[in-house]
Design a binder for this molecule. Structure first.
Ligand code: AMP
Ligand code: MG
Length: 293
C-alpha cells in the first residue's frame, strides 16, 4: 500500500488552495472498499486502532523496562470546526488512556503571557513512553497571533525559526512528531457551525468568536501556508489531511500515526529476569502457606 504520509506530506511550496478538502488521497479503490466507501473506512478504524494500541503499549513498555526515551506527539491544527476534537476522540481514543497525554491550548493565561511562547508548550510535553496529542499548539503563535496582530510582525516572523529549533531539539531527544493540519472548506465550516446552532446538544460548542475568525478566512489560510512551508522540515514534516469527510480524516490520521510508529521499530522488551527460574518458583509454591498453617 502507498504510504499515506508520502501522499499527505507538504513541502515548502505547499499551495493550500490546491488541496481539495473533499478529496480522499490514499484510500484504496472500490475493489477493496466495495461501494460503501464510508462504511469501509469506518470499519478500518477497528484494526487500525488495535495496531495503534499495540504500538503504544510497546512504547510504554520500553520506557518502563529500559528507560527508552522515545515518545510520539501528534500536533493538530485546524480552523474552528475543523475536527480536532473528533480526531482525538477517534484516533487517540483507540489507545490506552494510561499512556496518553492530551492537551488543548486556548488563549494564554496571564502567567503564560509573562513567559516566551514556548514555555507552556514545554510544560505540556509527554513524558518518555507516552503518546501526546496537542489540540492546537505553538503554531497558534504564528496563526491567531499574526492574524489578530497580537504581536508585532517582527515577533511572529522570528517565531518560525524558533519553532524549527525547538522541534529539532524534541526530535534529538527522542520525540516523533506528527504535525497535522485538518483542512476543511469554507462551506463545510458554515455547515458545521449551523449544526452547532441547530442541535441543542451542540450549543455548548458554538462560540460567536468563531464567526469573527471565519471572516478572516483568507488571512488564516495565508498564515497557515507560511507556517506549513517554513516549519515543514525533514525531521518534523507537516501533513495536510482533507477534512470535509470525517470518515476519511480519521482513517488518514490513524494511518499517519501508525506509519510513524512503524518507523520507530518498537518491540516488547526482553525480561531482565530468568524466565525458567521464575516458572520453577511458581511451580514450587502450589500449596498455599495459608492451607499449610
Ligand atoms: P477552542 O479550540 O475552540 O477551545 O478555542 C481555543 C481558542 O484559543 C481559539 O480561538 C484559539 O485561537 C485561541 N488560542 C489558542 N492558542 C492561542 C495563542 N497562543 N494566542 C492567542 N489565542 C490562542
Ligand atoms: Mg472553537
Amino acid at each position: 500500500m502507498t504510504s499515506v504520509r508520502a501522499l499527505l506530506r507538504v513541502g515548502p511550496a505547499v499551495d493550500l488552495s490546491g488541496i481539495d478538502p473533499r478529496s480522499t488521497p490514499g484510500l484504496p479503490g472500490r475493489k477493496v472498499t466495495g461501494d460503501d466507501v464510508k462504511g469501509w473506512a469506518r470499519e478500518q478504524l477497528t484494526p487500525l486502532g488495535a495496531e495503534l494500541a499495540r504500538h503504544q503499549e510497546m512504547l510504554y513498555a520500553a520506557a518502563k523496562a529500559s528507560g527508552d526515551k522515545r515518545r510520539l506527539l501528534l500536533v493538530l491544527q485546524a480552523m474552528d470546526c475543523g475536527g480536532k476534537d473528533g480526531t482525538i476522540k477517534k484516533v487517540a481514543g483507540a489507545m490506552n488512556p494510561l499512556g496518553l497525554h492530551i492537551v488543548a491550548f486556548g488563549p494564554p493565561t496571564e502567567e503564560e503571557r509573562r513567559h516566551d511562547f514556548l514555555w507552556r508548550i514545554r510544560r505540556a510535553l509527554p513524558a518518555a513512553g507516552r503518546v501526546g496529542a496537542f489540540n492546537r499548539s505553538h503554531y497558534e503563535d504564528v496563526l491567531v497571533a499574526r492574524v489578530d496582530s497580537l504581536v508585532t510582525e517582527r515577533t511572529w516572523k522570528s517565531r518560525y525559526w524558533q519553532i524549527n529549533g525547538f522541534e529539532q531539539e524534541l526530535v534529538n531527544n527522542g520525540y516523533a512528531l506528527v504535525k497535522v493540519m485538518l483542512q476543511i472548506s469554507y462551506e463545510e465550516q458554515r455547515a458545521r457551525l449551523l449544526e452547532r446552532l441547530t442541535d441543542p446538544t451542540k450549543h455548548w460548542k458554538y462560540n460567536p468568536a468563531d464567526v469573527d475568525a471565519r471572516a478572516r478566512w483568507a488571512d488564516y489560510q495565508a498564515a497557515y501556508q507560511d507556517a506549513l512551508s517554513r516549519c515543514g522540515t525533514d525531521h518534523a514534516p507537516w501533513y495536510v489531511v482533507p477534512g470535509d469527510r470525517k470518515w476519511y480524516r480519521d482513517w488518514a490520521v490513524a494511518n499517519l500515526v501508525l506509519e510513524t510508529f512503524r518507523d520507530m521499530h518498537l518491540s516488547y522488551p526482553k525480561p531482565d529476569f530468568d524466565l525458567e527460574e521464575e516458572r520453577r518458583r511458581l511451580a514450587a509454591d502450589r500449596e498455599s502457606p495459608l492451607v499449610r498453617a
